[in-house]
Structure formats: C-alpha cells, structure tokens
Design a protein around this ligand. Structure first.
Ligand SMILES: [Zn+2]
Length: 223
C-alpha cells in the first residue's frame, strides 16, 4: 500500500487543516460536506416553470434538506437564503423574469390568499416562489413580507403521501418536503410533459441515506 504523508481517513481536502479524523471539506457543487455529497443523485429533469426558493438559513444547514438535490436537477431553479428581505431586494427577486408569479402556499386562516387574481395566460410559463422553512417559520416569513403575501397562490390540491416522514416528523398532515411539494406543483402546472419519476426515485434514495445515518445515533426519536 502506498502511504501518504498523513494518515487521517483520506480526504483530499484534509490537507488544508492538516490531519484530522473528520473531514469538513465541502462539495463545491451541492455545498454539502463531502461525506453527504448528494451530487450522484442529481437527475436533470426538464421543466418550463421557473422556481425561486427562499430558503430559511436554518434549512441550509440541515443534513436532511433536499433543496440542493432539486436545485441541481432543475435547470431553472434559484435558491436564495434569507429570513428577512428588504422590500426592494425582494421585489427585484420576484419580478426578475417578467413572468406571472405564483406563491406555492396553502390558503390558510392565518394567512389568507389574496383575492383571486386574473388567471395567467393559458399555457404561459409561470414563476413559482417557494418558502423552504418549517411550517411556523414559513408562515412568519409570509406575514413579514407583504410582497409575498400579495402574490397569487398556488395550493396543492391533495398532497401526495410523503417519503419524508422517515426522517422528519411532519407537523401537519399535509406537510411534505419542499422537493416533493415543488415536484407536485410542477406536475400540476405542466401536466404529463413533466416527468419527475427519476428525481423522486433519487429523492427516495436520499431519504433512505439520511435515515441510515441517523439510525446509529441513539434511541428512537422523541421530539
Ligand atoms: Zn456534491
């Protein structure tokens, strides 16, 4: 066996900080630690709707967050991390493309949808804005940003069963992962031309991988 100079569990990037039992190097593509890099799961998926994800900073650090998989699989998916956005900055993000924009969010008593807007031009590609946060935090983001609250809504008719329960307790029966919700919305908007089966299959493997890593770490989950 050819020896290297350092004997830590090999990771090319450990050179930066010297030998270390842990390698914190980050994959430059998916921005996750090398150990949980999900690039091999990326499935390029054709779609017409632009997707803008406003991601709560806490979600960015979650090992179980799957938005990176979505971002790398969809050609027109932008992820902006933040909790509070200045009104001008938010307007610039929301109106960048000149497309009709919809907020993927249910019409709930705590944040009722605005009065019905004129329908989009039939068949015209839309822009979908999605809040990636826990239910409570997404509600707060919505209530604190009038420009988001004013967007016409898109609600999922009947949420599909989620694969996500394996790794994250859903607080509401209709709460699914952000990836699944967006995939379902794109299927609703684009019809049969949108084929997300390979991506959903990859997501299933992502969930299984996260669950497998969680399992050894102690007793069954009590929140
Ligand atoms: Zn990666």
């Amino acid at each position: 066996m050819r020896g290297g100079r350092w004997t830590g569990q090999a990771c090319d990037h450990s050179r930066v900080n010297g030998p270390s039992p842990f390698c914190r190097a980050t994959c430059v593509r998916c921005l996750r630690p090398q150990a949980t890099c999900l690039c091999a799961l990326v499935r390029p998926t054709a779609h017409r709707t632009e997707v803008l994800v406003l991601q709560h900073p806490q979600e960015q650090r979650q090992a179980k967050n799957s938005v990176a998989l979505l971002r790398l699989s969809l050609a027109q998916c932008e992820v902006v991390v933040g909790e509070r956005f200045a009104p001008e900055a938010l307007q610039a993000l929301l109106q960048r493309s000149g497309r009709d924009t919809r907020l993927l969010y249910p019409d709930v008593p705590a944040a009722p949808a605005p009065p019905t807007a004129p329908g989009a031009t039939a068949g015209a590609p839309l822009r979908l804005v999605v809040l990636d946060a826990t239910w409570r935090k997404s509600l707060r983001m919505l209530l604190e940003h009038p420009a988001l609250a004013a967007l016409p809504r898109l609600s999922l008719d009947a949420p599909a069963p989620t694969l996500y329960r394996a790794i994250r307790a859903a607080r509401r029966a209709d709460q699914v992962s952000t990836l699944e919700a967006i995939v379902q919305a794109l299927a609703m908007l684009e019809g049969p031309s949108f084929d997300a089966a390979p991506l959903l299959d990859a997501f299933g493997r992502f969930v299984a991988g996260v669950a497998a890593r969680q399992r050894p770490q102690g007793s069954t989950g009590q929140a």
